[in-house]
Design a protein around this ligand. Structure first.
Ligand code: ADP
Ligand code: MG
Length: 260
């Protein structure tokens, strides 16, 4: 690895992030650094704040305190000289295209074909010409093994196929980082493998990603860093062999005993 500033500082930086819903504090001072090309797997009990963390990184939720930066740019703000200006909704949409988000429930546009789902964001949010985007979208569908399903609508596809379209869609804006929120949790067991294989392929190809998952095998095989979060705090983080096999905290041990 060459030592660029980016690699030292992290492509994704979360600093001192607090987030509450009413009186419920869901994130209580979260710090996280993800370097380019790294795979970070986030594990933790239901309700611990995993989805909120991803939503804050993607600016689907505003932080109460702290900040998130992607590739040195503060999420939700534009820098003009020394002053920061809060972004307007339109600019937020453009900023968000630097981050690909894959949801548990696929969230494809039901009335659009697989191809149109992939084409949509680069054209409408990034303003790129359709003539340029469409061949790329077809190549992305090939990459997730769905080259022959370009004209299918979501309801004609299995859950595993829909999630693979969702991954192609997330890649279409050429994001710097991909966020996955329990991408296989809504799938029938026999469909989990085909989706994990696509994610593994991307990880091996150097895509920077943060993956919330209960698939401990995936974490063991591909994570550079495993982060255990509980009650809105990162309890411990480190290489899989450390966090999964030699956890330092009782709460991590108790959680792993339940899911393994
Ligand atoms: P996880 O993904 O780890 O299961 P979440 O981040 O979804 O946890 O939720 C953390 C906590 O925040 C939960 O108690 C949840 O009920 C609460 N929560 C999440 N989103 C909202 C919201 N939009 N309004 C109010 N409470 C919320
Ligand atoms: Mg969640």
């Amino acid at each position: 690895m060459t030592a660029t500033t980016e690699q030292r500082e992290g492509l994704v930086e979360v600093h001192g992030v607090h987030k509450s819903y009413g009186t419920l504090e869901v994130l209580s001072g979260v710090d996280l650094v993800v370097r380019p090309g790294e795979v970070t797997v986030v594990i933790g009990p239901s309700g611990s704040g995993k989805s909120t963390l991803l939503r804050v990184i993607n600016h689907l939720e505003k932080v109460d305190r702290g900040f998130v930066a992607i590739d040195g740019d503060l999420i939700g703000y534009a820098r003009k000289g020394d002053t920061l200006r809060e972004l307007k909704e339109k600019d937020i949409l453009r900023q968000r295209t630097r981050i690909g988000f894959v949801f548990q429930s696929f969230n494809l546009f039901p009335h659009l074909t697989a191809l149109e789902n992939v084409v949509e964001a680069p054209v409408s949010a990034q303003g790129r010409p359709r003539s340029e985007v469409e061949p790329e979208a077809r190549a992305l569908l090939e990459r997730v093994g769905l080259g022959d399903k370009a004209d299918a609508r979501p309801r004609q596809l299995s859950g595993g196929q829909q999630q693979r379209v969702a991954i192609a869609r997330a890649l279409a804006t050429r994001p710097k980082v991909l966020l996955f929120d329990e991408p296989t949790s809504a799938l029938d067991p026999e469909l989990v493998g085909e989706v994990l294989d696509v994610i593994k392929d991307l990880a091996r190809g150097g895509t920077t990603m943060i993956v919330v998952t209960h698939e401990i095998g995936f974490a063991r095989e591909l994570a550079d860093t495993v982060v255990f979060i509980d009650a809105g705090r990162i309890v411990e983080q480190g290489p899989p062999a450390q966090v999964l096999d030699h956890p330092a905290h009782e709460r991590t041990k108790a959680f792993l005993d339940k899911v393994l």
